[in-house]
Write a protein of this length. Structure first.
Length: 393
């Protein structure tokens, strides 16, 4: 099977990276489309063909000429139809060539399935849904469904226009699948396949809790208001006022981190908090098991990969009840759920966990590991995707 994955960036996020490697290992050829970014995480399987979009002006120009000349020879009528659409969407030749780089390559590959990973892509590049000849699949995850269409009416109207034309949908949680139906995504076309964790990340040892001298808390995500770091920092201020001995580490990628650093300084928490502006996935995994507690303070979420990886490694999780997180965490059974936007309750829950007996902590940790083994394992996820793709073809 020739599968096109429009990821947006190469290397892609963890969920997509696992998907392309898993499907390639099943004997499929994967054509991965995206803008090249600096990242130490690499793709490994030889059956993955990387179609990287250039970023320099000369690179964009040469790449556009190359793909255009190949497509006009291969399918001239289709080429001129797509180019006409591109011209309507762009102003000037620079924009034209940039868009051509992103739109034309999938039409050169003989694909059995074209899987768009981000909902906004469907609206931003209607050339795909209007012209590609194979079935188009769209994934629902996180921000693109939960709040972007609420803030952007044109995007919402685009969803309503194009969702009915999609062959099938993949959703990372039941909650996000339900949200997508507000924009006329057919419920019968939606298949829920949740994120997963590779078996080698699962801590198979029976982890025993010892008395915590200094509580080490960690959050992992990106620099964005929806990740809720403002509320987490307020909770840390409360813990400090109560005399609780802790250190909180935030690993968040992205440029929008000045507000985080300002709040740390403003609350006088410099000695209590470390901020790391992004790490590779491999380095994050190495760090997770060193912490006593994982905190997810998000306001919106699909299902957090970092939460699943923490649970797999025996790090207990406190998460806000957002998106699909209640589908993963059973409060006081395999982790803890709290309402969002409530730093007082967040601080209380952290203190509650700190004062729990070792046996209760052990029970939470071991239940979390079993949850990952039984419901969020990588091999099962890839089998689900293989069945999903085959059913569409």
């Amino acid at each position: 099977m020739n599968i096109g994955i429009y990821a947006g960036t190469i290397p892609p996020p963890v969920f997509i990276k696992n998907l392309v490697n898993g499907m390639a290992s099943k004997g499929n050829t994967i054509h991965l489309y995206g803008r090249a970014i600096e990242n130490r995480d690499k793709l490994f399987h030889p059956s993955i063909i990387e179609r990287k979009f250039p970023v320099t002006k000369i690179g964009v120009l040469l790449h556009s000429i190359n793909v255009f000349s190949r497509l006009v020879i291969k399918e001239p009528q289709l080429c001129f139809t797509i180019v006409k659409m591109i011209r309507k969407k762009t102003k000037g030749w620079v924009q034209f060539f940039q868009r051509s780089c992103r739109v034309l390559p999938p039409f050169l590959d003989k694909l059995d399935i074209f899987h768009i990973q981000w909902a906004k892509t469907l609206v931003h590049y209607p050339e795909f849904i209007e012209n590609i000849k194979c079935p188009v699949i769209l994934s629902f995850r996180g921000a693109h469904i939960n709040y972007s269409p609420l803030a952007d009416k044109d995007l919402a109207l685009g969803y309503i226009k194009y969702f009915p034309k999609v062959s099938a949908f993949h959703a990372v949680s039941n909650a996000i699948a339900k949200e997508a139906q507000k924009y006329f995504a057919d419920a019968h076309k939606i298949t829920v396949i949740r994120p997963a964790v590779k078996s080698e990340l699962i801590n198979n040892r029976h982890k025993k809790c010892t008395k915590i001298k200094r509580l080490k808390i960690i959050s992992v995500g990106r620099c964005h208001w929806k990740k809720g770091y403002t509320f987490a920092l307020d909770a840390m201020s409360i813990l400090r006022q109560k005399g609780i001995y802790f250190h909180y580490t935030i690993i968040a990628s992205g440029k929008d981190h000045e507000n985080i650093l300002f709040q740390i300084h403003d609350l006088g928490l410099n000695d209590y908090i470390s901020f790391i502006n992004g790490l590779s996935h491999e380095d994050v995994i190495k760090k997770l098991s060193d912490y006593d507690l994982f905190l997810l303070p998000s306001l919106e979420e699909g299902i957090s990969n970092s939460v699943l990886e923490s649970m797999a490694q025996g790090v207990p999780v406190i998460s806000t009840d957002c998106g699909g997180m209640s589908e993963v965490i059973n409060d006081n059974k395999n982790g803890f759920l709290i309402p969002g936007r409530d730093p007082i309750l967040m601080a209380k829950k952290i203190n509650y966990y700190l004062n729990m007996s070792s046996d209760k902590k052990d029970n939470i940790i071991n239940n979390a590991t079993l949850t990952i083994k039984n419901e969020y394992n990588y091999e099962s996820q890839i089998n689900q995707f293989e069945k999903f793709y085959n059913n569409i073809i």
